[in-house]
Design a protein around this ligand. Structure first.
Ligand SMILES: NC(=O)C1=CN([C@@H]2O[C@H](COP(=O)(O)OP(=O)(O)OC[C@H]3O[C@@H](n4cnc5c(N)ncnc54)[C@H](OP(=O)(O)O)[C@@H]3O)[C@@H](O)[C@H]2O)C=CC1
Ligand SMILES: [Mg+2]
Length: 310
């Protein structure tokens, strides 16, 4: 994309582009007429108008970071407005800055990739404003696709950590687990970061062995997803099988609180619960799975569909 290489072109594209707003990395959401939430995408002129009303320098808009391009080929940017008064921006833009984890559950799946990508880029800029070799400030290009230390000559690019997420099956059931920090009742597929130098398959085998003490017989790639929590990961999603005769779970380490085999029927019921029933404390009191925007959900759907076919 030329906009990444050509600062002047990028500045011009910004003038006719669109912007997502974040306050301390929380994206601005708006209520819809139907009581749901949507991700508002503002024309730059609207953001400029808002800055003017708040008495801010129009230059602020130039700190926007390029996120991508819309279907109609309009450049899309994200802007951190932590320096502006949160309530004033919310009022002028008729929205609410919402923690990204919450936004993830509230927005439509189609809006999630854009909002997570924007946050990941803004977070990367916040944590890479100094060169790790010289300690001197780094300078960004107009698109925000890189930062350079002019003292050491090092160019920094946004990074993602590769993670393998794997749905293990014994042919009849699938294995789901929960970490203590998960919302009550939620179980997900096993996941783990790739160690330096590992292949995806090596990570997959090691994580399954480490977390639940099982030996993987076969594995197959499914799909991938950018995941912003806690920092940017590239989730590589796979299916794996273990031999039905060696499916005894052996939980090890402190990471997982529980891991269980679930039947097709249990999984189908969980997939149908868009929002799980809650007790008087507002906590889910049944088994449920991550929402459709999480790749874990997709793996579970694929497994259920496969079981129904066979
Ligand atoms: N999209 C989805 O559907 C799902 C996404 N996930 C995501 O997958 C990711 C990995 O899953 P998780 O089970 O936590 O991972 P792991 O099983 O690898 O265990 C987490 C531990 O890995 C270490 N760690 C943290 N960051 C990194 C890193 N960048 N590189 C290497 N090691 C690291 C930390 O341990 P220490 O500090 O002791 O070294 C951390 O406690 C998480 O970000 C999670 O949010 C998980 C499930 C579903
Ligand atoms: Mg793990």
């Amino acid at each position: 994309m030329n906009l990444k290489e050509d600062d002047e072109l990028c500045r011009r594209a910004l003038q006719s582009g669109t912007v997502l707003l974040y306050h301390k990395l929380s994206p601005l959401l708006q209520r819809t007429d139907r009581g749901g939430y949507k991700l508002p995408i503002f024309q730059v002129s609207v953001v400029n108008g808002m800055l003017e009303k708040l008495g801010k320098d129009a230059e602020v808009i130039n700190s926007s970071v390029l996120v991508g391009c819309s279907d109609s080929l309009l450049a899309q940017f994200c802007l951190e407005v932590a320096e502006l008064e949160q309530n004033a921006v919310e009022e002028l833009c008729q929205g609410v800055f919402t923690d990204l984890r919450k936004a993830f559950f509230l927005l439509r799946s189609s809006e999630v990739p854009l909002v997570t990508r924007g946050q990941a880029l803004l977070r990367w800029h916040q944590t890479h404003s100094y060169c790790s070799a010289t300690g001197k400030p780094t300078q960004r290009n107009q698109a925000g696709s890189q930062r350079v230390c002019h003292s050491s000559g090092i160019t920094y690019y946004p990074q993602m950590a590769p993670v393998v997420i794997v749905l293990v099956s014994d042919g009849e059931r699938c294995l789901l687990a929960r970490q203590p920090a998960f919302p009550r009742g939620m179980y997900s597929a096993l996941a783990g970061f790739c160690d330096m130098g590992e292949t995806v398959l090596e990570t997959l085998r090691r994580e399954v062995a480490e977390e639940v003490g099982l030996e993987v017989e076969s594995a197959q790639y499914s799909s991938s997803q950018h995941w912003p929590f806690p920092q940017s990961s590239l989730m590589v999603a796979c299916h794996a099988t273990v031999s039905p005769g060696s499916s005894q779970i052996n939980l090890s380490g402190a990471e997982l609180e529980d891991a269980r085999w679930f039947t097709l029927q249990e999984v189908q019921e969980a997939l149908q619960r868009n929002s799980p029933p809650r007790d008087i404390k507002g906590e889910a009191n049944v088994f449920w799975v991550p929402p459709s925007s999480a790749i874990a959900n997709q793996l579970i759907q694929e497994w259920a569909n496969q079981q129904l076919k066979s």
